[in-house]
Write a protein that binds this ligand. Structure first.
Ligand code: THU
Length: 139
């Protein structure tokens, strides 16, 4: 697993919590925040954004990575997911696929909650044998 400095990790947890505070989740009431560390050392954050047309909901992780891309970042070394659930929240399947697009297989994915319980995975542990840009046909 890629090593992330303890102070960077703390910054990520705090940023993910800030994202959490802005979650728009009036339908599920399941608030999620995320923060990612860019390869250039910057921190970007996101939250889940739900919609009255439920299926249009976008998770915190995908909004976070999109926020990074919007600010010109396409490579990230870690992503943190924050909730206030007793049970830690792992990224959903769709988010795992998007995480694979922008983080290395040995990059850190960490779930954390309001009790500061933590669980860590590598990207590869969450989505082994992933379909990646390298699997596309050369055209
Ligand atoms: N959600 C996330 O934002 N990230 C996750 O890792 C799990 C699920 C959101 C989607 C939806 O707004 C709510 O949590 C309940 O599924």
């Amino acid at each position: 697993m890629m090593k992330i400095e303890e102070n960077k990790l703390l910054t990520l947890v705090n940023a993910a919590k800030e994202g959490f505070e802005n979650a728009y989740a009036p339908y599920s009431n399941f608030h999620v925040g995320a923060a990612a560390l860019t390869a250039n050392g910057k921190v970007v954050k996101g939250c889940n954004v739900e919609n009255a047309s439920y299926g249009l909901t976008v998770c915190a992780e995908r909004n976070c990575l999109a926020q990074g891309v919007i600010s010109g970042e396409k490579s990230f070394s870690a992503i943190v997911i924050y909730t206030n659930q007793e049970k830690l929240t792992p990224p959903c399947g769709a988010c795992r696929q998007v995480i694979v697009e922008f983080l290395a297989p040995d990059a850190l994915v960490m779930a954390v909650n309001h009790n500061n319980d933590k669980k860590q995975w590598t990207v590869n542990e969450l989505l082994p044998d992933a379909f990646t840009p390298k699997d596309l046909l050369e055209i």
